[in-house]
Design a protein around this ligand. Sequence first.
Ligand code: GUN
Length: 286
Amino acid sequence: MNIDGKLISAKRKDALKQEIEKLKNEGKRIPKLSVVLVGNNQASQTYVRNKDKACAYVGMLSDVIRLDEQISEEELMQVVQQLNQDEQVDGILVQLPLPSHIHEEKILNLIDPQKDVDGFHPINVAKLVLGQNGLVPCTPQGMMVLLDEINYDLTGKEVVVVGRSNIVGKPVALLCLHKHATVTIAHSRTMNLASLCQRADVLIAAIGKPKFFNRDYIKKGAVVLDVGINRDENNKLCGDVDYEDVKDIAAYITPVPGGVGPMTIAMLLENTLKAYYQREEKKNGI
Ligand code: GUN
């Protein structure tokens, strides 16, 4: 069965819209997301446009700070510091990748952890490892919502995550572990990958290779979450999973597009609202 990420994301966004409407009616400050976009990367431009549109849809304030590809690291650091200090800004997202002359880590580490809606700051990563309440990366969080939506209980289940990135693989593995799954993180150099994946009750495909996972990798009745966004031989969008080959074996599968992808933006908005509430509480000394 298909897991309709587009529908689930729309539902979450509608709930956010109502919540923000309520803040407005109560005369409260409106949450704000600031996105920093450096350079002209085509995919980044599209992502940023979609984030901006989603903010407008739910009634959140947003602004996109577009900066020249040639901006110095020093100047970019100043932009981030200004956003850290701006009382109206609840969420800061610096779109990746950054140009090669800029030290990505240096910029991400500078973002105020309370405004770090990507959940990439070491403080938020540490909180995730420890199971403390911090800001959690959006795509992994979106996958947990999808599992919730199909009422899937991870307790004691075997989860295989293929991909070990800081943005997806590592955080989603931790989230599954916190939900009492037995988790294996595999990657492109894992030996006997197919037989390992065959064991998975939940397979999380985040390897970045178009249609890599065919039915030989899937246990009958497994849940397959596909994080890939690739182009196939006909330049059509596709995931890391060969959807047509796998769909009859899997109990549940996310399509690409329309699966995990749309959840990321919904979670970004939820993180921004969470950051807003936490900042307001702190301001009011609660
Ligand atoms: N580039 C691709 N995905 C992401 C993401 O989740 N956050 C940021 N900041 N940049 C990205």
